[in-house]
Design a protein around this ligand. Structure first.
Ligand code: G3I
Length: 330
């Protein structure tokens, strides 16, 4: 008893580096995480930062996606995901699974399915196999990803076209059956501002709950733009008001080139604002940044003219953004 009282009084000095994960835990959260995969953790410069105390959780950036894990029907390949999960657990980190049902990185054989019974079986088998393999080792899954358009309608995909909204129910029920203890998430982007998309997602969560569909969390990806992060603090409580847990699952804040000292300072402020938004929402369980080093971010190739969205620069040096997160946790 004395020990636990003592432990609750331990304060992590804000000036100590390499302890962001410990600091967010001291704020009552579960983790600060990063996207990672073998291509990045096998980089000798990235690896020591990955295993440092800054990160307590990893999300497979690509190795858990359908085109990698089931490239042909019933033919599974978990080489990279096994490697990521083993790297994480051997370094004392937890793993968020990403992602089971997504319209991108979806093999052509799934997109070619034309009947609802076949698709249902294929979804169930995919999820049973992938989630079941990591039962007890992956603590949360992005079960469905990016299923809404920005106008709040369902995105056109083979899943919605053949099964309507029911594909969501099928996916969550299959995931719960495969690992009853994993936290099951719906995940999407552009939930950081008001509008029809977040309204539609919240309404869907209500319908899922009323149908008894096993859903535990909402992931707000939070791919943000410098100077445009103010909506997070307003929308995160709306997501949390569903009663589910929430998480920032893919946070980055991209800068329009050229990067300047002033913009890096703005990025520090923006990361601080976003991190504090999670800290102040009780059901917000954690934050995942979408990569460790700016040299590995998807941003440069996806958003031409934008760059440098993460906490560590291309030389794995801490950026002002790191200090913004550190201050939010301290
Ligand atoms: O693996 C192939 C490799 O064999 C080939 O030589 C190379 C040539 O381009 O491509 C490699 O595949 C790339 C893959 O990442 C693995 O590196 C794809 O081209 C590339 O498109 C893919 O990008 C990923 C993207 O999802 C795909 O949509 C990004 O790394 C990844 O960060 C990004 O992550 C998504 C989340 O899953 C969902 N939310 C949005 C986020 C950003 O787009």
């Amino acid at each position: 008893m004395k020990l636990s009282v003592f432990a609750s009084l331990v304060v992590v000095p804000s000036s100590v580096f390499g302890l962001l994960d410990q600091k967010i835990k001291a704020k009552g959260k579960v983790y600060l995480g990063s996207a990672l995969d073998p291509n990045t953790f096998n980089d000798g410069a990235v690896r020591p930062v990955a295993i440092s105390g800054d990160f307590g959780a990893f999300t497979p950036e690509n190795s858990g996606k359908w085109d990698t894990t089931e490239p042909a029907r019933g033919v599974f390949n978990f080489t990279n995901l096994d490697a990521l999960v083993n790297f994480a657990t051997s370094n004392g980190k937890i793993v968020r699974g990403h992602t089971l049902v997504w319209h991108q990185q979806l093999p052509a054989w799934v997109q070619a399915i034309r009947d609802s019974n076949t698709l249902t079986q294929v979804i169930q088998n995919h999820i049973a196999t992938e989630v079941g393999r990591y039962r007890g080792r992956i603590f949360a899954w992005d079960v469905v990803n990016e299923i809404f358009n920005d106008n709040g309608t369902f995105r056109t995909s083979v899943f919605f076209n053949l099964l309507g909204e029911n594909f969501v129910d099928i996916a969550f029920r299959a995931a719960r059956a495969a690992d009853p203890n994993a936290k099951l998430y719906i995940n999407d982007f552009n939930l950081d501002g008001p509008g029809p998309k977040i309204d539609a997602l919240i309404a869907l969560v209500g319908r899922l709950k009323s149908r008894g569909v096993p859903i535990d969390g909402i992931g707000s990806q939070s791919h943000l733009i410098l100077g445009q992060v103010g909506g997070v603090a307003g929308q995160l409580p709306r997501l949390a008001a569903t009663g589910l847990q929430v998480a920032l699952t893919e946070l980055d804040i991209r800068i329009q080139s050229p990067v300047t000292t002033q913009k890096l300072q703005q990025q520090q402020n923006d990361f601080n604002t976003v991190a504090r938004a999670c800290i102040s929402v009780p059901n917000c369980v954690g934050i995942t940044v979408w990569g460790i080093s700016d040299k590995n971010s998807f941003v440069d190739s996806t958003f031409p003219g934008f760059t440098a969205p993460l906490l560590f620069d291309r030389n794995l040096q801490r950026k002002p953004a790191y200090n913004g997160v550190d201050a939010a946790f301290s």
